[in-house]
Ligand binder design. Sequence first.
Ligand code: C5P
Length: 288
Amino acid sequence: MKSISLLSPAKLNLFLKVINKRPDGYHNLVTLFERINLYDEITLTLNSGSRIQIFCDHPDVPVGAKNFVSQVAWLLKEKFAVAQGVSIHIKKKIPVAAGLGGGSSNAAAVLLGLNKLWQLSLNHQELVNFGKRIGSDVPFFLCDCSWAIGTQRGDAIKKIFLPTKLWHILVVPRIKVYSREVFTRLRLPPKMQLTKKMTDVNMLPALRRNDLSYVGKLLSNDLESTVTQLHPNIIKLKNKLRSLNTLGECLSGSGPAVFGLTDSQRHAEALKSHLAKTFKQVFAVRTV
Ligand code: C5P
């Protein structure tokens, strides 16, 4: 085998509860991940030399050592003393640094691809252990599932089987949000407030019943107030979605991506046409 092409999907967080700060500086959290049909395309090709080369068509994606893909490829190459080089082409469709997990998803795709191409025979847990070192969202993307609960750093994954498929309108404003800054500024709400809506308890039953209105009400993200303090326009964007009859609106990850839950594909696509007049990065997306 000389070459592998992979689709690298994005995710949304239907809820994200921050529990506490850990001694290692990260935060323990509980989140519900949903895999969506917005994909980057990644092609790995063995090259004639021993180098790792990254090619990407997006100006905001670093092709050097800062790139998650480059980090993961070097990690495997050095650990297993792989002589062969690889050229990695990334065709970006997932907005960069948006809270959609694009970089982590790319890293997971490259882990899976290089495991085959370099014939490393790593099992799932070994891949997860490498993935965790690159980013907290990588383990979710290594799991072949539509839904999962993430705990600890968001990197301890429990797959959830749900027959439910949701449609969303997804808008990514052109502002830069840095996860590290958001987590650093975060002031944890008092414990009572944390559990007020019991989101983490009620969300899965609501999804199982396909009770979309209740799912919409339960969407929540503990990072949202910190992000909106930095970028108040995100509140306007949520209000805009609400005025267009979405069933609930929420920030994904540490943003700036905001999504609204819609009751149908038709509604999501109608909103996309409407919002595309104002926003450049608008998508109608569904669970995959
Ligand atoms: O692991 P990831 O690349 O997603 O993390 C980016 C930054 O977000 C980390 O450097 C850390 O400051 C913060 N973070 C955190 N707790 C988490 C995940 C991320 O504090 N569970």
